[in-house]
Write a protein that binds this ligand. Structure first.
Ligand SMILES: NC(=O)c1ccc[n+]([C@@H]2O[C@H](COP(=O)([O-])OP(=O)(O)OC[C@H]3O[C@@H](n4cnc5c(N)ncnc54)[C@H](OP(=O)(O)O)[C@@H]3O)[C@@H](O)[C@H]2O)c1
Length: 253
């Protein structure tokens, strides 16, 4: 099922970053696109630019999600919205743990429950899930983020089992560092935080760009109908996973 077979798409986290870039590509490809995020003003700008249909909702509010998105016939579902947090589980707040579970995982399961039956009925569909190298590799970062992203990988594989025998494809896109707002949001989301995050995480690095991610999504969707691209891990050339840590006993002193 290349693009020509699909008519509609829903992209979460569409107000900025990878999500907004994916919406633009889908509109170029001729799909009717439902764009989901909380920021109504940004979605309005995206609507003006691309003709995407805005849905200003909070994905942690399941009732709102059911009401607004539940009745839609969607051929391509992109679960892109995601949140992370600084630090690790030792100093985590209740709110950050809940937000990561709610947005990174719970919303994906509810959207599958709401939208996958229609795909099964029409025998046509593609789910694209944005996970992270944090779900595959262990390195410093928030345990709730690593755990929810590992779960996204598992959900992606399991959806293939749930829909076996139907022309429904599932793709996990697993990126390393991409230039977006995510780190600035972690630092508070103010313009100063965005600038600080840029200086810390992006300045001087050759990170991925949202165009690189769009290219992977486009490739997976445009593949012939008998091809399911299951997993694309994509990282900056200069970013390498791994690095075993082993503290000496005397390092504890
Ligand atoms: N950037 C990276 O280095 C990187 C690396 C690996 C994986 N990823 C993953 O890639 C995906 C896209 O990340 P990004 O870097 O493009 O992020 P981003 O620039 O921070 O954008 C996050 C998006 O998610 C939306 N969102 C957050 N909370 C939401 C909620 N409660 N309800 C509805 N929408 C919500 C935001 O919109 P509103 O604020 O308007 O709601 C925004 O559109 C995420 O799943 C992320 O975990 C990112």
């Amino acid at each position: 099922m290349p693009y020509s077979d699909y008519r509609t798409a829903l992209v979460t986290g569409a107000s900025t970053g990878m999500g907004a870039a994916i919406v633009k590509k889908f509109r170029e490809r001729g799909l009717t696109v439902h764009a989901v995020a909380r920021d109504a003003a940004r979605l309005g700008e995206l609507e003006a630019q691309t003709g995407a249909i805005p849905h200003a909702i909070d994905l942690s509010d399941t009732t709102q999600m059911e009401r607004e998105l539940g009745g839609l016939d969607i051929d391509v579902l992109v679960n892109n919205a995601g949140v992370s947090a600084p630090g690790n589980i030792l100093d985590a707040s209740r709110a950050t743990v809940d937000a990561m579970v709610d947005v990174n995982l719970r919303a994906i399961l509810h959207l599958a429950r709401l939208l996958l039956p229609g795909m099964v009925e029409r025998d046509l569909g593609h789910v694209v899930n944005l996970s992270s190298i944090a779900g595959r590799y262990n390195f410093f970062g928030h345990t709730a983020y690593h755990a929810t992203k590992a779960a996204v990988a598992q959900v992606s594989r399991q959806l293939r089992n749930d829909t076996i025998g139907k022309r429904i494809r599932v793709t996990e896109i697993c990126p390393g560092r991409v230039e977006t707002e995510i780190f600035g949001r972690n630092l508070g989301g103010t313009p100063e935080a965005m600038a600080e995050a840029w200086a810390t995480y992006y300045e001087g690095y050759e990170s991925l760009t949202t165009d690189d991610i769009v290219a992977t999504v486009d490739f997976a969707i445009d593949a012939p109908r008998h091809v399911n691209v299951g997993l694309i891990e994509i990282m900056p050339t200069f970013q390498v996973p791994g690095g075993l840590t082993f503290d000496r006993r005397d390092a504890r002193a």
